[in-house]
Ligand binder design. Structure first.
Ligand SMILES: *[C@@H]1O[C@H](CO)[C@@H](O)[C@H](O)[C@H]1NC(C)=O
Ligand SMILES: *[C@@H]1O[C@H](CO)[C@@H](O)[C@H](O)[C@H]1NC(C)=O
Ligand SMILES: *[C@@H]1O[C@H](CO)[C@@H](O)[C@H](O)[C@H]1NC(C)=O
Ligand SMILES: *[C@@H]1O[C@H](CO)[C@@H](O)[C@H](O)[C@H]1NC(C)=O
Ligand SMILES: *[C@@H]1O[C@H](CO)[C@@H](O)[C@H](O)[C@H]1NC(C)=O
Ligand SMILES: *[C@@H]1O[C@H](CO)[C@@H](O)[C@H](O)[C@H]1NC(C)=O
Ligand SMILES: *[C@@H]1O[C@H](CO)[C@@H](O)[C@H](O)[C@H]1NC(C)=O
Ligand SMILES: *[C@@H]1O[C@H](CO)[C@@H](O)[C@H](O)[C@H]1NC(C)=O
Length: 216
């Protein structure tokens, strides 16, 4: 065989499994769920409510409503307990103070489904005098309060034949609360990084499937 043809032959032998591997990867890959917070309410910062000026009756409850969306066409998602840690941004010393923890129970979500979950908690350690002063009349133009929600959970993807191992999700979102005690944006989306262990496993999968095809 002339060397040019042999070279093309090797190239074909190398490329075909790569292309097949890519197609397989595009078919089996999983997208992480989309998590967003739609309502985040802090009644203590609602200056239209009657007891806003009455500091003896601070309602330290924070409540929220979250939406979880599984965008995978082929896979269901098993969520472990979703742990949410709440923080208040204290501008005086530029730090996020931990004010409470919340959780949502584990559940299974079918493909292309959307679920709504809500919960509330009594917070501790919010400097309410300061926060309420910032939310009051004279300071309307400024963003009255900044909170942060940190989400931590693990998910498993379920396809027809197998269930994946647990993938860790850990993300934070800033939430600005206005002087009505509600979040300014309608929906605050967590942005997911591509999960590193997912990348590793798909690369290993691609190499393995290429290798097997090369042997055939
Ligand atoms: C704020 O308080 C007013 C008066 O009580 C109420 O109508 C309104 O719904 C409250 N806002 C929020 C976001 O709860
Ligand atoms: C503040 O709340 C307390 C307890 O509910 C009540 O006794 C008091 O009259 C209130 N003060 C004002 C100024 O509304
Ligand atoms: C605090 O506010 C929440 C949400 O508005 C309400 O459900 C709860 O009853 C309030 N608690 C008190 C003690 O007023
Ligand atoms: C900021 O102030 C709060 C309340 O006084 C305190 O609990 C927290 O430890 C302080 N953080 C830092 C980094 O100094
Ligand atoms: C939230 O949970 C963490 C870890 O379980 C704990 O260390 C922290 O004290 C909790 N924070 C509050 C405000 O309860
Ligand atoms: C709300 O969060 C608390 C604290 O993590 C948890 O014990 C409770 O089960 C949660 N409730 C709902 C309805 O998710
Ligand atoms: C507005 O906020 C500043 C501090 O950020 C405070 O000194 C001032 O008293 C506030 N004004 C009103 C009307 O609450
Ligand atoms: C959240 O707010 C803090 C304090 O203003 C800021 O340093 C940080 O960059 C914000 N993060 C995001 C993702 O906007």
């Amino acid at each position: 065989m002339p060397s040019k043809e042999r070279c093309q032959c090797y190239l074909g032998l190398f490329l075909t499994p790569c292309i097949i591997g890519l197609v397989v990867w595009l078919t089996i890959r999983s997208s992480p769920p989309d998590f967003s917070i739609h309502k985040f309410t802090v009644p203590a910062l609602n200056q239209t409510s009657l007891d806003f000026k009455n500091s003896t009756t601070i309602n330290a409850t924070i409540s929220f409503e979250a939406k979880l969306k599984n965008e995978n066409k082929e896979k269901g998602i098993y969520y472990d307990t979703l742990n949410l840690a709440l923080y208040y941004y204290y501008e005086k010393n530029l730090s996020f103070l931990p004010i409470g923890n919340l959780s949502l129970p584990p559940f299974y979500q079918g493909r292309e489904k959307t679920a709504t979950r809500s919960n509330n908690t009594q917070t501790h350690g919010v400097p309410w005098d300061y926060a309420r002063m910032k939310a009051s009349d004279g300071n309307k133009s400024k963003a009255p309060a900044l909170f942060r929600v940190n989400l931590e959970t693990k998910v498993r993807y379920k396809s027809l034949l197998w269930k994946s191992k647990r993938h860790k999700i850990s993300e934070s979102v800033n939430i600005t609360v206005d002087d009505q005690g509600k979040s300014c944006a309608n929906s605050l989306h967590f942005k997911y990084l591509l999960l590193s262990n997912q990348v590793t496993s798909t690369v290993v999968g691609m190499v393995l499937s290429s290798g097997i095809l090369l042997l055939l």
